[in-house]
Design a protein around this ligand. Structure first.
Ligand code: HAM
Length: 437
């Protein structure tokens, strides 16, 4: 029978053969976050639509074209979050976290939703690992979040990502820049797409990240914001570069980075990969000093970044980064008859309580089929329980790789046996490591 209901285009199922990779990068991210003092925060998947129109900006592609917006049964206008920054900002204000010791530093691991045209590295449901930091106006904070990403990639073993930085100024210097942009685009008004025509008056900077090929081509020669920075923004950008140099973090200044979200000011940055095709930005972030205030809260500077887990794993795969596969089953206990199957259940429960990965039959299969399954799950050891084994409270434990076996009591000796085997494997792995070094 053909499967009638399938997943939605642009969404993905993460199957067990892949999920351990997700768990690994998520754990590594949280571990790195801990070293930098970022603590995890979780916010709802949907929010009031106006949170995003106000923060991400109503002239952005995200708000104009990509949001999953719906009215619920109570008539509320809601949206599935297209990104994490807006929700985190709302939550730090609502919870009063922003009034605690500054800087407030939070991390997150979230799913996001954007109705974009799916292609390699671009999904409609995707996942972000990110951080947000509140309270510091110093370029040291910019470097702290950039250095976090840099460290994370290094620990994961990803190489060669290019860090591109820019400053998009503040509302003061942007006035002059907007005038220059308007003049430039007015001259080529007839070629711009319809959305960009509406942006021309309201927010000409948004034309710079339009995805239409014609607008992209026109935008190539547009004035660059770096030429319009005020003294304060210039000093901040210089301070950022000085600190990146001091930490030996390589970067290139790319005056074309404007980011696709309206809340940014001053520093913006992206980590770009040459390994994954057109959707090459693995991580993006920057400052958004005015956002909290625009949401009705404290006037506190803030900044952060987010990286897409899907793109991160694509880069890891392309670079052959080895992500440790989960440990296979330590012991499979096969059984013959009901009494033995109950004893097997007791034994695997005891072993699991001791931290071992143990399995027994739950399918009522023949011993032959049980052993086939033990092979399939790559069990390290196996044993078969029948009447004799129960009567004598001992059984043969078999090494599934070498075929060697020995007799063992069905008591704490089993735990000791598996424990000794683990120590032996760890010692072997350590000495192999030393030989390789
Ligand atoms: P963003 O550049 O829109 O920034 O997204 C950050 C990252 O999410 C991208 O670099 C990419 O890896 C991933 N991403 C975005 N859209 C998709 C998609 N359709 N499919 C797959 N991956 C995608 C933000 O979202 C900001 N909130 C980042 C930030 C945090 N800025 C300050 N704090």
């Amino acid at each position: 029978m053909a499967l009638e209901i399938k997943s939605i285009k642009g969404t993905q199922d993460v199957l067990p053969a892949q999920s351990y990779k997700w768990q690994f990068v998520e754990r590594l991210f949280l571990d790195t976050a801990r070293l930098y003092g970022f603590k995890e925060m979780r916010t709802p998947v949907f929010e009031e639509t106006r949170l995003f129109t106000r923060s991400v900006g109503d002239t952005t592609d995200v708000v104009q074209k990509e949001m999953y917006t719906f009215t619920d049964k109570g008539g509320r206008d809601l949206t599935l979050r297209p990104e994490g920054t807006a929700g985190i900002n709302r939550a730090v204000l609502q919870s009063g976290l922003i009034n605690e010791a500054l800087p407030v530093k939070v991390s997150y691991n979230i799913s996001c939703f954007r109705n974009e045209k799916p292609q390699a590295g671009r999904f409609r449901q995707f996942h972000q690992l990110g951080v947000e930091m509140f309270g510091s106006a110093s370029p040291s904070a910019d470097v702290e979040v950039i250095s976090f990403v840099n460290d994370f990639f290094a620990i994961l073993g990803i190489e060669g990502l290019s860090l591109e930085i820019n400053s998009i100024g503040c509302p003061t210097c942007r006035k002059e820049y907007h005038t220059a942009l308007k003049q430039y685009f007015e001259a080529r008004k007839d070629e711009l797409c319809e959305t960009c025509l509406t942006r021309l008056d309201k927010n000409p900077m948004r034309i710079l990240d339009c995805k239409s090929p014609v607008c992209k081509e026109i935008a190539k020669d547009a004035p660059a914001v770096l030429d319009y920075l005020c003294d304060d923004c210039k000093a901040h950008f210089e301070g950022l570069k000085k600190r990146l140099d001091a930490l030996n973090i390589a970067y290139v200044v790319n005056p074309r980075i404007v980011r696709g979200l309206d809340y940014y000011n001053k520093t913006v940055f992206e980590f770009v990969s040459g390994d994954i095709g057109a959707q090459s930005t693995v991580c993006g972030g920057g400052r958004y000093d005015g956002l909290l205030k625009s949401l009705g809260g404290n006037d506190q500077p803030a900044l952060g970044f987010a990286m897409g887990i899907e793109r991160l794993l694509m880069v890891a795969e392309a670079q052959g980064v080895e992500i440790p596969a989960p440990q296979p089953c330590d012991l499979y206990i096969a059984s013959i008859g009901e009494e033995a199957s109950i004893r097997a259940l007791q034994l695997v429960t005891d072993l699991r309580n001791e931290g071992f990965y143990a399995e027994c039959d739950t399918m009522g299969r023949s011993v032959k089929a049980q052993m086939k399954y033990a092979d399939k799950i790559e069990a390290q050891f196996s044993m078969v329980l029948g009447e004799n084994e129960l009567a004598e409270n001992k059984a043969n434990i078999k090494n599934m790789q070498t075929g060697e076996s020995c007799e063992i009591m069905l008591d704490e000796s089993l735990v000791k046996f598996l424990y000794d085997d683990q120590i032996k494997k760890m010692t072997e792995a350590l000495s192999m490591d030393q030989i390789e070094k």
